[in-house]
Ligand binder design. Structure first.
Ligand SMILES: Cc1cc2nc3c(=O)[nH]c(=O)nc-3n(C[C@H](O)[C@H](O)[C@H](O)COP(=O)(O)OP(=O)(O)OC[C@H]3O[C@@H](n4cnc5c(N)ncnc54)[C@H](O)[C@@H]3O)c2cc1C
Length: 480
């Protein structure tokens, strides 16, 4: 049995498995870089193969390495949140598999907005977003209740959010947005450019500009939040309910019956049996991965999830000014929903919108870009320049600073958002299988939508009545 990451337990036995610690890796491995992905809309066709449609349980020289109620594929914010929800909300045991480690995917580059201000109350995602917001608040309160400080542990801050419009047209759209949010029960107000002088002294907007302000929006540090969730999950390892299999890509789903049940997940090193459910939460890799995982089951499924590259510039210990809120330009909403609307950058498939937050250790975090350039995660210096110049349009003091010098005290983060062609995640059972579920395609909202997604999946698996209508996210409902 290959050693895998389990912290803080450095050498323990769980379900007969031995674990030891490995080093973290912060980038996706190149082995996943060349995967093909499938764009377009979801299409499913069920074609049973000659062996009555189901592949026999293959052991192929690998040891059968444990049995769990639930096996989760992917340990980003979505996979780990699902694991957590099973652990705290049921008595089921959970194994988490990852091709690398948590935060090696999109999650590690997430800016940390847990926002409602840029979401639309008349969209399919609103109910899920509202529920997730509530669950994040409950999570932070539970951490406080246990005597810890969520701001120290995972950068939790109720900064409120400012969605900025620079022109009179944008300001008028934002005024309408404020009304829409308030009608939907979310606290919001419109701030004029002169109001903003006191709220954010470093920000410069023309007199016609303004902002939609939602005081109850939060931010967190994605990497520390994931580390905390992972640590909480590991507390269940001692009672045999949790195990991690990192650096171990899932390669196949195994089945011995003809009832559409998945019996086990084969990884590069092990076979992990699943008694109740297998959850595919592999972010932008989910679309191509599902092909590989089920190809021998005679079922074809096109999940329209593809990678959308994003850059984030982090400048530690930033002195020139402070931010009191999280900020984002209104154009972000268009860039998020329209893949090909390049405006601040030349390429058709590229856009840059100004996003700015200040983390709890005084670092300035600037974003963010969107590029449809496959699985490439190389830093693109021209994108960093665009992000910096865009930020300078909103914060003129930045123009006096040297990016080269500031970057000595910081880093660039690159992540692949799981972009879904329908602008909303895919959450639910996979047709043709009785116990296979998908939770992927959250694009730029995976951090904020994670707890609601996890709750939805767990309710589905347990057969509980859901808190949020899952139908807009169904796999089957989006077949064309
Ligand atoms: C620059 C940037 C800024 C962002 N800012 C925000 C923000 O402020 N707020 C917000 O809500 N969202 C934000 N997002 C979006 C958010 O980060 C994503 O929606 C979220 O992280 C997706 O999580 P995930 O778990 O689905 O995917 P990922 O984090 O990508 O995790 C998928 C995991 O699957 C694993 N995997 C792949 N193939 C296999 C395999 N064969 N077997 C096993 N495991 C496999 C990968 O190694 C990876 O760890 C941002 C994203 C970017 C890039």
């Amino acid at each position: 049995m290959e050693a895998t990451t389990l912290k803080p337990i450095t050498s323990s036995i769980l379900n007969g498995l031995h674990f030891s610690r490995r080093n973290d890796i912060l980038r996706p491995s190149s082995l996943r870089g060349g995967r093909k992905h499938t764009a377009g809309s979801i299409s499913i066709s069920v074609k049973r193969n000659r062996l009555n449609g189901y592949a026999p349980l293959r052991v192929s020289g690998l040891s059968s390495s444990g049995s769990f109620d639930v096996v989760v594929i992917g340990s980003g914010i979505i996979g780990l949140s699902i694991a957590r929800q099973f652990l705290v909300g049921s008595d089921l045991s959970v194994a988490v598999i990852d091709a690398a480690v948590p935060c090696s995917g999109a999650t590690g580059a997430g800016q940390g907005y847990l926002w409602k201000v840029h979401k639309s109350p008349d969209s399919d995602k609103w109910e899920l977003a509202t529920r997730s917001h509530q669950l994040w608040e409950n999570f932070a309160k539970s951490v406080e209740f246990e005597g810890m400080d969520p701001s120290e542990i995972f950068g939790w801050k109720k900064t409120g959010s400012l969605l900025l419009g620079r022109t009179s047209e944008e300001a008028s759209i934002l005024r309408k947005k404020v009304k829409q949010l308030m009608d939907a029960g979310t606290r919001a107000e419109f701030l004029t450019s002169s109001d903003l002088l006191t709220e954010e002294p470093a920000l410069m907007l023309d007199k016609d500009g303004g902002a939609a302000y939602a005081p109850d929006d939060y931010q967190l540090d994605a990497r520390s939040a994931v580390a905390f969730i992972e640590k909480s999950n590991r507390q269940f390892a001692a009672e045999g309910r949790y195990a991690e299999f990192y650096h171990e890509p899932a390669t196949s789903l195994l089945s011995s019956s003809n009832h559409g049940d998945i019996d086990a997940v084969q990884t590069s090193k092990n076979i992990l049996h699943s008694k109740k459910a297998v959850i595919l939460a592999a972010g932008c890799w989910s679309g191509s991965l599902i092909h590989e995982l089920i190809e021998h089951h005679g079922i074809e499924l096109d999940l329209p999830i593809k990678p959308r590259k994003g850059h984030l510039l982090v400048i530690d210990n930033f002195k020139p000014f402070k931010l009191n809120h999280g900020l984002m330009e209104a154009g972000y909403i268009t860039h998020e929903s329209a893949p090909n609307s390049g405006s601040a950058h030349t390429a058709q498939t590229t856009s840059v919108s100004m996003t700015a937050t200040m983390n709890t250790s005084g670092g300035l975090v600037l974003g963010s870009s969107r590029q449809l350039v496959g699985f490439n995660t190389e830093v693109d210096e021209s994108i960093i320049k665009s992000i910096w110049e865009k930020a300078g349009e909103f914060f003129p003091m930045l123009r006096k600073e040297s990016l080269v010098e500031l970057r000595q005290n910081g880093e660039v983060r690159v992540g692949l958002r799981p972009y879904s062609a329908h602008g909303k995640p895919v959450i639910g059972p996979v047709p043709g299988f009785s116990n296979l579920f998908v939770a992927a395609g959250h694009e730029g909202e995976g951090l904020s939508l994670a707890p609601g997604t996890a709750e939805m999946i767990v309710d589905m698996v347990l057969g509980n009545p859901g808190k949020v209508d899952p139908s807009p996210f169904a796999v089957r409902g989006r077949v064309c």
